[in-house]
Design a protein around this ligand. Structure first.
Ligand code: CA
Length: 230
C-alpha cells in the first residue's frame, strides 16, 4: 500500500506537534492546518487519506466544517474533541464523521482508530464502474472509455467527470464543483468551469454542441445523465 496521508485540522500548536511526531514515527505522511479555511483548502488540494478534525477551531465549529467537507468529499474524518457528551457524538457521526476521539487522547488510541478507519476503507471507496450511453468510467482503473475506446482526460477533466458521475442524475451546483475541483480560493472563477465542461464535452459527447451526457441546468450547475433514471 502507498503512503497514507493524514491531515490534521487543529488550532493548538502543541497538539499539531505531537500528532506530527507520533504519526510520522509510524510512517504516515503528515500535514496540518491551523483553521477551518486552511483545512478545507488542504482537503481539496492534498486529497488526504484521513482527516483529523478538531471540533473547536477559531473560525468555525467542527460540525459545520464536517458538513461542508461531506458536500464534496468522502475522506474519512476522525473528530478530536474535548466534548464527551453522547448527543454530540451521535450528531457528529450522523453528520458524516467516521470516528471520534476525546481529548486528551493517547497516541496508541488514536493510531488504533486510524487503523480501524483504514481497514473499513477499501469496501466503501471502491465505486462501481459508471455507464451512461457511450460513456464508461472505471474508478478503480482511473479509465474513461467512449464507445469502447479509451480516451485521455487531464486530471482536472477526470476529477470533474468523476464528481458528476458520483452524483449522476442529480444536479451538482456550480459552487460545489468549484470547491471540489479548484478549492475554496477559486470558487468565484466559474469561467474555468465553463471552459472545462466545453473540453470535456468535445471528448465524450457525440455532438458537443448538443450535449446528451453533461447537461447544463442554467443558473444552478451541471448534471450527468444517469441511464437508470434521468
Ligand atoms: Ca481547538
Amino acid at each position: 500500500m502507498s503512503i497514507i496521508r493524514i491531515l490534521a485540522i487543529e488550532d493548538e500548536k502543541q497538539i499539531r506537534k505531537l500528532l506530527r511526531i507520533g504519526l510520522e514515527a509510524e510512517g504516515f505522511e503528515f500535514s496540518d492546518a491551523a483553521n477551518a479555511a486552511e483545512g478545507l483548502d488542504a482537503i481539496v488540494k492534498q486529497k488526504p487519506d484521513i482527516v483529523l478534525l478538531d471540533l473547536n477551531l477559531p473560525d468555525s465549529y467542527g460540525l459545520s466544517i464536517l458538513k461542508q467537507v461531506r458536500e464534496f468529499s468522502d475522506v474519512p474524518v476522525i473528530v478530536l474533541s474535548v466534548k464527551d457528551k453522547e448527543a454530540d457524538k451521535i450528531e457528529l457521526l450522523e453528520a458524516g464523521a467516521d470516528d471520534y476521539v476525546t481529548k486528551p487522547f493517547g497516541m496508541g488510541e488514536l493510531l488504533a482508530r486510524i487503523r480501524a478507519v483504514l481497514r473499513r476503507q477499501p469496501a466503501s471507496s471502491a465505486l462501481p464502474p459508471f455507464h451512461s450511453g457511450d460513456l464508461e468510467m472505471d474508478f478503480a482503473l482511473r479509465e474513461v472509455k467512449v464507445r469502447g475506446e479509451k480516451i485521455h482526460l487531464t486530471p482536472t477533466e477526470y476529477n470533474l467527470l468523476g464528481l458528476l458521475a458520483r452524483h449522476a442524475g442529480k444536479v451538482v451546483t456550480t459552487q460545489q464543483i468549484m470547491r471540489e475541483i479548484w478549492g475554496p480560493g477559486l470558487s468565484g472563477e466559474t469561467g474555468y468551469l465553463r471552459v472545462y465542461v466545453t473540453t470535456l464535452r468535445k471528448k465524450i459527447e457525440t455532438r458537443p454542441d448538443e450535449p446528451e451526457l453533461i447537461i447544463n441546468e442554467p443558473g444552478v450547475g451541471y448534471r450527468l445523465v444517469n441511464p437508470a433514471g434521468s
